[in-house]
Design a binder for this molecule. Structure first.
Ligand code: C2E
Ligand code: MG
Ligand code: MG
Ligand code: MG
Length: 278
C-alpha cells in the first residue's frame, strides 16, 4: 500500500491521492488540537441481563464533535489517534470522563470502557486507571475495561502482568468482539477475563444461519464453564434476543435494547423498576 511508504513519497497511482493525504494531515492536526480542546463526547449504550432484561450497565462509546465535519464516529479517528500517539491523552480523557459520569448515575450499575491496543501497552496503565477511580470516587467493581484480541497477539509476560495489575484494582475485564480475530482458545485459558463479548457478526446471522447459532451456543457454554459472563453484541430484533437467550448468552447489548445516547439522556433508563447493580 502506498500509505505505508510514508509522508515524503508522492507516487500518484490513484487520482486524488494527494488530496486524501492532505485531508489526512489536516485531520491529524485537528485531532491533536481537538484533544487539547476536549472536543469529544461519550455516548452510552445500555447493557442488559439476558434472562431478566434488567439494566446492568452502559458501554461508553466516544464521538468527536468536529468543528468542521460534525459528530464523527470512532471509525473515523481512533486509528489515526493510535498512529499519531494522541490515543494516550484521548484514552485517559475517556477513562476519566466515563468514571466521572458513572459516579453520578442514580444507580450503581457498571460502566464499560474500550481500551485501544496502544493504550494497553502504555507503562503505568494500572496507575492511570487507579487515578481515574480515585478522582471520581467510583467503586472499582463498577468499572469494566474492554480489550480486543489484537492486544493478546503479543502473548507475553507483560500482557499477563498488565491484566493481573488491572484485576488487582478490583475492576473487571471483557474480551471484546470475540470471534473476529484469531480467537485462540488459549487466550481464554491464559488470561483472566470476566466476560466474553460475542461479536455482532455472529449474532446478526443467528436467525438464518444454524452455523452462527452453533458458534454462539458453543462460546456461551465455554464462557459459562470457565466462569465468565457472555454478552451477545448487536442484538437488533426480538428474534435475535430470543435466540441468544436460548443459546446461553448471559447478557445482551444492541439496538433492540437501546442505541448509544448522550449522558444527559440516560435518566429514562434509570427509571426502570429494577437494575442489577455492580
Ligand atoms: P465496540 O466496542 O464493539 O462497540 C460496539 C459498536 O457496535 C458501537 O459502534 C455501537 O454503536 C455498535 N452497535 C451497538 N449495538 C448495535 C446494533 O444492534 N447494531 C449495530 N449495527 N451496531 C451496534 P461505535 O460506537 O461506532 O464504535 C465502534 C468501535 O469503536 C467500538 O466497537 C470500539 O472498538 C471503538 N471505540 C468506541 N469507543 C471507543 C473508545 O472510547 N476508545 C477506544 N479505544 N475505542 C472505542
Ligand atoms: Mg466495546
Ligand atoms: Mg464489541
Ligand atoms: Mg464490535
Amino acid at each position: 500500500k502506498a500509505k505505508m511508504e510514508g509522508r515524503g513519497t508522492c507516487r500518484s497511482f490513484e487520482p486524488g491521492m494527494d488530496a486524501r493525504l492532505q485531508e489526512r494531515r489536516q485531520l491529524e492536526s485537528e485531532l491533536v488540537l481537538g484533544v487539547k480542546k476536549e472536543q469529544f463526547v461519550l455516548h452510552y449504550q445500555p447493557l442488559h441481563d439476558a434472562k431478566t432484561s434488567q439494566l446492568t450497565g452502559f458501554e461508553a462509546l466516544v464521538r468527536w464533535s468536529h468543528p468542521r465535519l460534525g459528530l464523527l464516529p470512532p471509525s473515523e479517528f481512533i486509528q489515526l489517534a493510535e498512529e499519531t500517539g494522541v490515543i494516550d491523552a484521548l484514552g485517559e480523557w475517556i477513562l476519566r470522563r466515563a468514571c466521572t459520569d458513572a459516579a453520578k448515575w442514580p444507580l450503581p450499575v457498571k460502566v464499560a470502557v474500550n481500551l485501544s491496543p496502544a493504550q494497553f501497552k502504555q507503562q503505568g496503565l494500572s496507575l492511570q486507571v487507579a487515578a481515574a477511580l480515585a478522582a471520581s470516587e467510583l467503586l472499582p467493581s463498577r468499572l469494566e475495561l474492554e480489550i480486543t484480541e489484537s492486544v493478546l497477539l503479543a502473548n507475553n509476560e507483560n500482557t499477563l502482568n498488565t491484566l493481573h495489575g488491572l484485576r488487582d484494582l478490583g475492576i473487571s475485564i471483557a474480551m471484546d468482539d470475540f470471534g473476529t480475530g484469531y480467537s485462540s482458545l488459549s487466550y481464554l485459558r491464559s488470561f483472566p477475563f470476566n466476560r466474553i463479548k460475542i461479536d455482532r457478526s455472529f449474532v446478526s446471522l443467528m436467525c438464518e444461519s444454524s452455523e452462527s447459532r452453533a458458534i454462539v451456543k458453543a462460546v456461551a457454554e465455554l464462557g459459562t464453564t470457565l466462569g465468565m459472563t457472555t454478552t451477545a453484541e448487536g442484538v437488533e430484533t426480538e428474534d435475535q434476543y430470543r435466540l441468544v437467550r436460548e443459546n446461553g448468552c448471559t447478557d445482551v447489548q444492541g439496538w433492540f435494547f437501546g442505541r448509544p445516547m448522550p449522558a444527559s439522556e440516560l435518566h429514562a433508563l434509570f427509571e426502570q423498576p429494577e437494575a442489577l447493580t455492580a
